[in-house]
Design a protein around this ligand. Structure first.
Ligand SMILES: Cc1cc2nc3c(=O)[nH]c(=O)nc-3n(C[C@H](O)[C@H](O)[C@H](O)COP(=O)(O)OP(=O)(O)OC[C@H]3O[C@@H](n4cnc5c(N)ncnc54)[C@H](O)[C@@H]3O)c2cc1C
Length: 428
């Protein structure tokens, strides 16, 4: 295992008793330690605890989910896949509206997909983990990682009491989201030097209308792909909720705050003109966060240390979807932890194989597709037109490689060749 723990940077040996801080900390122990309680961490904790594994979760925020910035669009069947209550769903969205760079709308029917809010979703997932027996510690900020024989020791700041604490665990799952500073924590093979280059800046309005907006809005997920004023690729969205609309956008890299705000205001105005031109707006809440839009970490485990969700780069670059991948990686982490603890198997190897098989290759293809489309933006229109006039293609695309039948694979291959010919002819 290749951690360069803090002690080494301070010139202390990397072996022997753990000394992450200047003075030794009393160290408690657990079987499975989860760091971060978003969909990845909460799912891992719930499923490991359900299997009888001693599980502790460290979460930075005081209230789980209260600070998450997200459009919270969920793929069809999300609640069933992760055994979550239907009450979390705000709107069933059977319509996907894709807008190309010319503002033309391409309509696809699928699913239905769903919307929720992260306050509700994350709180429910954390609650279910606790009910299964996991211990959740909030206001616990991850600080450092080290080694104690076969175990991993994680040091965290107990923000409520202003003290540092340490936990030793057989298996550790990092699920810290896009702001994960795993490079700073020098997490051995997991660290990825180009992580920051894959970050996206996002900004979102939650618009609370005083009266209902156009009925079609409540059954539609809108995604818009167009160039910003300084010619960068923007992905923007309008996702409906019971009491508000999430209207936001994301752009790769850093962007000046005022410029981003101006882009969002211009986009929100176009949405307003289409969906609620005469409706009074009772309130608008604006929120921003980082998202990851680059390639997944080449290495998602090191020994019995695993990284999942957005912290591992498991986000679909074509649409920003990452909740499903986060929860699924949490499920795999719980499975790998259980096997390591009960049967002495290597957690890292099993976890890496499971995520690779399930979605890492798909995410890599999506990223290549996104970069291909961005090079000639008219390709977006060609792709969306093909999706709109080929019923069923969207459904097949939603499936993972391992879920597709041979005939679905051939069908996809044929459609990909068709798109290749059409997109080749695209000139901007
Ligand atoms: C604006 C926006 C819109 C999005 N819309 C969608 C969408 O519609 N559908 C979709 O599927 N995905 C969407 N995503 C992506 C989605 O939010 C993420 O992929 C998903 O949240 C990843 O889950 P996670 O569990 O990996 O990380 P997170 O949900 O980010 O959870 C990480 C947790 O770790 C905690 N944490 C962070 N640092 C520390 C620390 N040092 N110590 C302890 N705890 C820490 C955080 O407080 C948080 O609770 C969107 C993202 C953004 C920014």
């Amino acid at each position: 295992m290749g951690y360069q723990e803090n002690s080494r940077r301070r010139g202390k040996p990397n072996e022997g008793p753990l000394l992450l801080t200047d003075r030794p900390l009393a160290c408690e122990s657990t079987e499975f330690l989860v760091v971060g309680c978003g969909p990845a961490g909460a799912t891992a904790a719930r499923e490991a605890a359900r299997a009888g594994i001693g599980t502790l979760v460290l979460e930075r925020d005081a209230v789980v989910g209260s600070k998450r910035v997200c459009a919270a669009g969920l793929r069809p069947g999300f609640c069933e896949t992760f055994d979550l209550p239907r009450r979390l769903i705000h709107c069933d969205t059977s319509r996907l509206a894709l807008f190309d760079g010319q503002g033309d709308e391409h309509e696809i029917f699928f699913g239905p997909g769903h919307t929720s809010t992260r306050e509700e979703l994350d709180a429910a997932m954390a609650d279910l983990a606790v009910r299964e027996g996991a211990e959740l510690r909030t206001q616990a900020l991850f600080r450092a990682i080290g080694r104690d024989g076969a175990n991993t020791v994680v040091e965290y700041a107990d923000l409520a009491n202003g003290v540092r604490r340490a936990v030793s665990a057989r298996v550790v799952f990092f699920a810290l989201g896009a702001t994960a500073r795993l490079e700073d924590a020098s997490l051995g093979r997991i660290a990825m030097p180009r992580w920051r280059a894959g970050l996206m800046t996002t900004l979102q309005h939650r618009v609370y209308p005083a009266q209902p907006v156009a009925a079609i809005a409540y059954r539609t997920l809108e995604l818009h792909y167009y160039a910003s004023r300084d010619d960068r690729q923007i992905i923007a969205w309008m996702f409906p909720k019971r009491d508000h609309l999430a209207i936001g956008l994301g752009v790769m890299g850093k962007i000046d705050g005022e410029a981003l705000r101006a882009e969002l205001d211009a986009f929100a105005e176009r949405v307003r003109a289409r969906l609620y031109p005469t409706v009074t707006v009772a309130a608008v809440k604006t929120e921003g966060h980082l998202l990851y839009g680059g390639r997944a970490r080449p290495c998602v485990s090191d020994g019995n240390v695993l990284v999942g969700g957005t912290a591992a780069g498991f986000v679909d670059a074509t649409n920003g979807e990452g909740i499903f991948e986060a929860a699924m990686s949490g499920r795999f982490a719980a499975d790998a932890a259980e096997r390591a603890i009960r049967r002495g198997e290597r957690a890292g190897a099993r976890y890496a194989a499971l995520v690779e098989r399930r979605f890492v290759r798909r995410l890599a293809r999506r990223m290549r597709l996104m970069r291909y489309l961005e090079r000639r933006p008219r390709r977006f229109a060609a792709l969306f037109a093909q999706l709109a006039r080929t019923p069923g293609l969207g459904e097949v695309l939603l499936k993972e490689d391992c879920e597709r039948t041979m005939s679905e694979r051939l069908y996809l291959y044929r459609e990909a060749v068709r798109f290749g010919f059409r997109s080749f002819a695209c000139r901007d």
